[in-house]
Design a protein around this ligand. Structure first.
Ligand code: FE2
Ligand code: FE2
Length: 166
């Protein structure tokens, strides 16, 4: 699969994980540290060690010379996000740290992902037009990420109905 198509697909899961983070922040007094730890590990493994790694290695490195004003802040945000998630991994039972770290994380990523979708990914598509076959990624196991998201949502009692205004 062309790398951008894969990354776009992954952004769906990233956004859905952010919704779980919002829920945790709003319900910090009732969510157990073990779920907080499990969600945070998913962020570290899927978003940071997989999705962002692939963005930095292939997309950001290609565009940095022509678009430093956008690629530099996005790279800094990846690094900042890693520090926030490390805080939560180290102290999943500290409500103050979890609330502050996860709310900053979702704030960053709401903006971060939309700039990637609307500016960076289209610029990469344009830059490699005609050479897409050089930028293929093996189809990864997106279903297992979605299954992990669903398992966490079910344990937290989150469902699509929750997002309809009453
Ligand atoms: Fe990113
Ligand atoms: Fe991304």
């Amino acid at each position: 699969m062309f790398i951008i198509d894969n990354l776009v697909e992954e952004h769906g899961s990233v956004r859905r994980i952010e919704l779980i983070c919002d829920y945790i922040v709003k319900n910090i007094n009732t969510v157990s540290p073990h779920i907080i730890l499990r969600v945070t590990k998913l962020i570290r493994n899927f978003i940071q060690n997989h999705h962002e790694k692939s963005e930095e290695k292939t997309i950001f490195s290609k565009l940095i010379d022509n678009m430093p004003k956008i690629i530099i802040p996005l790279t800094i945000q990846h690094q900042y996000g890693k520090r926030l998630i490390t805080n939560v991994l180290q102290t999943p039972d500290n409500r103050r740290i979890v609330t502050s770290s996860l709310s900053q994380f979702t704030k960053i990523y709401n903006a971060h992902g939309t700039y990637e979708d609307t500016i960076v990914y289209p610029a990469f598509r344009e830059a490699v037009k005609g050479q897409e076959d050089k930028y293929q990624e093996e189809d990864d196991d997106e279903k297992s990420v979605v299954d992990a998201i669903i398992a966490n949502e079910e344990e937290l009692g989150i469902s699509i109905e929750k997002y309809t205004p009453e």
